[in-house]
Design a protein around this ligand. Structure first.
Ligand SMILES: [Zn+2]
Length: 65
């Protein structure tokens, strides 16, 4: 089952022919929002890894006493 969207009146439907007379086209899920989400998540993950790395280095440093 494909959801079709009319580029003319922006109406959704399963029928290819829209009531406005235009032909509906297949709708593809917007890539922007999910990609952005993942990018943000990845950025945060990277940040966390970076912080962990810094902390690890700090703890790794032997105390010369
Ligand atoms: Zn239409």
């Amino acid at each position: 089952m494909h959801i079709l969207k009319c580029p003319n009146c922006k109406s959704y439907g399963l029928k290819e022919s829209c009531a406005c007379g235009s032909k509906r086209v297949r709708v593809r899920p917007a890539k922007y929002s999910p990609d952005d989400k993942y990018a943000d998540y990845r950025r945060q993950a990277k940040k966390n890894v970076g912080n962990e790395d810094v902390q690890a280095k700090k703890t790794e440093t032997p105390s010369t006493n």
